[in-house]
Structures are given as C-alpha cells and as structure tokens.
Write a protein that binds this ligand. Structure first.
Ligand code: PA5
Length: 484
C-alpha cells in the first residue's frame, strides 16, 4: 500500500498497516480527531493560529512555518527577501573564500542537511572552479568544544598563510552567525573565540553576517552588535520555531552561499503543502503519516521511531528529524494542562551502515519501534560494481549491478526481514536526491508533526523543557566567572 504523488514522491506503508499492524479500524477511530486536526491546519495556514500555543514568555504566538514555501509580497519569504539572498550568493561567490556557519539546534541542523545534500563530503577539497566559485564551508557553534574550535582556527590560519606564500590576497572569511535569540552560549562563545582569533590574524579579512530575530524595538544582542558594527543581517522571523527554520533565512543563507537551488527547494515544499491540504487522510501524506504513527504508538506500543535513510549524505536528514520529532511532541502536559508525558522517541540511523550495528535490536529487541526508511529511487552518477576479481566467485557474483541497486536490495531486504518478524516499518521514496524532492520530504515531516500535535492534543510548537537546564546553567556560569 502506498500513497504516490504526481511528483513521484511516495509513502509506502505496507509494513505498517494491515493485519497485525495498524488497522483501518484504528485509523477510523480517529475520524473526528482527524477532521478537527485538518481544520486546525487550515486555520494555521490562514491565520497562523494554533490553539493553546504560547511563546516561551507565555504570550500567544503565531505559528507561521506553513507560509514559508509561498514567496509573496508581505510574506516571510518575499521577492525582496529572495533578492537579498541572491545578493549574498553573488557576494559569496565573488568576494568570499570561506564561510563559517555558526549555530546550534534549529540554527544548525537544517543547514547541515542542505550542505550535505548539495555539497557532499569533499566540497572543501574541490577547486574553486569545481565549487562553481562558491566558498568553502565549515560549521561551528554546534558544541562548546575547545579542541574542534581550536582546530578550525588553526586550519583557517594555515590556509591564509599558505595563500600568502603563494602570493594570494588575504583569506576572506565570512562568519555567518545564526541565532534567533541572539545570545545562545554555544553559538556566541564560538563566534567570539573565532572572531577574535581571526581578527588578530594578519592574513585574514573577517566579515560577519548575522541571522537573528529582526525585531528592532527589542533587539537581540546579535542584532544590536550587527547594528553597531554595520554587519548585514537576515531574519529568523517571529512565529518560526528553530526546527522549522530550514525554510527561512536560517537555511536559505547557507543555501545561498553554496549555490543550492532555493526556488526548487521552496517549490517542493509548496507542492507538498498543496498535497497536505487534502481532507482525505489516505490522500494526504502528512496526515496519513501522523495518523499511522500516532496509532502505532498509542494502540500498539510502537513509540520509538528509527529514522533510517539509505545513503551517507542523508544522515543529517535523520539528525534534523530527531530535533523536529523530539522538540515538537515530547511534552509533559497537553493543551488542557493535563499531565500526559507524550512523545515518540526518535533515533538516528543510516543504511546500510547501521544494519551492521542497530539492526539486531530492530529485528529482535522490544516490539516498540517503527523503522522509517528514506530511499532515493535514482542516484546521479551511479557506479557499476565491476568484476574486478573474476577468480573470487563471491565477489564476481555481486558484479554488474550498480551501487544504487545494491543499496536498495539491502534496504528492501531489511524491510522484508523486519516485516517477517512483526516489526513495523515504512518508506518514503524520493525519485532523485535534489532540492525539489528534499523540500517535499522535509516539509511533509514538518506538517506531519503539526498534525500529530493535534491528535495528541499537545502544543507541537513550544519547547518549555529546554528552559530547565538553562535556568540552572546561567547562574552556574556567573558563579564560575565570579571565582576567576
Ligand atoms: O528549536 C529550537 O528552538 C532550538 O534548537 C534553537 O534553535 C537552538 O537552541 C538555538 O537557538 P538560537 O537560534 O536562539 O541560538
């Protein structure tokens, strides 16, 4: 059983639905709730309103991520904001050697997806020409780790020195500092350390671009710094939580710096949004995904979701999804204030790699999981496995097929084996790994957690739980500083 869109995007839920799995009766039992959830999504699209959603300051707050795919005058993504991104792209191509993207959580995970899918592992080892003139890219701020930050600084300083000995100009480094709140410890500590070190480096020119809350009345620290220093700024708009920011300037600034196709990405998201307006649960990928997973969790105890795309460069999609699911749905209280401790636990996996580590558990461990595969139907530049050693029969037997075909045989075999032992699994298929289909997939997942929030009656757009450690950490840091 599968739901296939005109674009070729497919949701195969055969191993999740039917006898001994989630049943039609399970889904039918949610008929009223699904109707209400669908109506709530329409209100969210039209008015940005989600019942009982409050900001972290306890104020009513709009939910606007579903507006992002629609580039229109007066929208969060507008012709003017896309023009600004194009200017950044032109500037990065013409004037910048290296971009360091600084951010954490929602200000990092989506950017890493775009980078991995578009650039791959060897981007920084390519020549300028092979990169289409776009700069090298490094990530920082995703931890507070003196070793990796020190390594990055040394690496950039070395690069600048080598350039100088070859008669090149100063190394031009653009620090893309991304923080909605503008003061996150992880991001800002790395920023200050790197900024200070590079400013003192004779062979480096440093430029800063800030991506932060655009509010000019109550400026974030980062916004204020940008105003004082004359840095260019981009917006993390109100109403777009960190885990949805891949579709706004957070993700799109990085996209602009590497020549990723922003228009195709947003078009994919927009077409998926249209598909997700269907009121028939069996025709609406996000509603169907949410209903099946909610039922699997609530009625069958399968409340762990292993996100397992097949292909190295998709591991970051899994990491992005972990935040989306965890922060959106892991909630102690429902919208009526009742303690529910809801949430399905997300796990990162990637095929085939984790078939050699996690699969034993998926196949024979507790009956508490759904394995969600992501498959690419057709790989660019697929490689045929050659008959390099005809004398070795076992190796000769696998020759003649492509690596993409072998990858899919491995995934299919895993799916069949899991299904044969009553292990729920499902698969999203992207016809190709490109900006359009990536936009479709990520947007569908975002819309799906919004639906599931309605079904579980929890606020999918707040994250009060992450404030608890912050309340402890702030004074602890002050204490430490006072002792110095
Ligand atoms: O989803 C979230 O809100 C978080 O993961 C944030 O994105 C993360 O904490 C970084 O916050 P900020 O962008 O304010 O630096």
């Amino acid at each position: 059983m599968s739901l296939k869109l005109k674009s070729g995007f497919e949701f195969d839920y055969d191993n999740l639905f039917g006898d001994g799995k989630v049943t039609k009766a399970d889904i039918d039992s949610y008929a009223d709730d699904l109707k209400k959830a669908h109506a709530a999504m329409n209100v969210m699209r039209e008015k940005g309103f989600i019942k009982a959603h409050l900001s972290k300051d306890g104020e009513p707050e709009k939910v606007l991520f579903s507006q992002l795919p629609y580039v229109e005058e007066g929208h969060l993504n507008s012709p003017a904001s896309l023009k600004h991104l194009q200017e950044l792209s032109d500037h990065a191509k013409k004037d910048v050697d290296v971009v360091v993207s600084l951010g954490i959580g929602g200000s990092f995970l989506g950017n890493k997806v775009l980078f991995d899918v578009h650039c791959g592992s060897f981007w920084n080892a390519k020549s300028d020409e092979e990169r289409g003139g776009f700069p090298k890219v490094y990530f920082s701020g995703n931890n507070i780790d003196p070793r990796s930050t020190g390594d990055l600084i040394n690496h950039l300083q070395k690069m600048a020195e080598v350039g100088k000995t070859h008669g090149k100009d100063k190394l031009k480094v653009l620090l893309l500092v991304i923080s909605k709140s503008g003061g996150t410890l992880d991001t800002m500590s790395n920023f200050m350390v790197i900024y200070d070190a590079l400013k003192k480096s004779a062979n480096v020119d440093v430029e800063v671009v800030a991506v932060t809350d655009p509010n000019t009345e109550k400026m974030t620290l980062l916004k204020k710094l940008a105003a004082d220093h004359g840095w260019d700024t981009f917006a993390v708009p109100d109403g777009v939580g960190g885990r949805f920011t891949i579709f706004c300037d957070v993700g799109l600034t990085l996209a602009a710096c590497v020549g990723f196709d922003i228009k195709a990405f947003l078009d994919g998201a927009k077409d998926m949004d249209e598909a997700c307006k269907n009121e028939d649960v069996w025709q609406n990928p996000a509603m169907l995904n949410a209903a099946l997973k909610f039922a699997a969790s609530e009625k069958h105890g399968r409340d762990i979701e292993v996100m397992m795309p097949y292909g190295d460069y998709l591991k970051s999609v899994s990491e992005w999804y972990i935040q989306l699911l965890a922060e959106s749905l892991g909630k102690q209280y429902d919208k009526d204030g009742k303690e529910v401790c809801y949430g399905r636990t997300p796990l990162v996996a990637v095929g085939t790699t984790d078939m050699h580590s996690q699969t034993q558990q998926h196949q024979e461990g507790k009956l508490d999981k759904i394995v969600q595969f992501v498959k690419i139907a057709k790989w660019d530049n697929d490689l045929v496995i050659p008959d390099a050693f005809p004398e070795a029969k076992k190796l000769s037997d696998i020759s003649g097929v492509t690596m993409g075909e072998a990858l899919e045989v491995a995934r299919q075999s895993n799916a069949d084996a899991l299904a044969s032992n009553n292990r729920y699994n499902a698969c999203f298929t992207l016809p190709e790994l490109n900006a359009y289909h990536l936009g479709e997939l990520l947007y569908m997942l975002a819309m799906s957690v919004a639906y599931e929030g309605e079904l579980a009656n929890v606020d999918a757009f707040n994250q009060p739980g992450v404030e608890a450690y912050k309340r402890i950490m702030g004074p602890k840091l002050q204490e430490l500083k006072a002792k110095k």
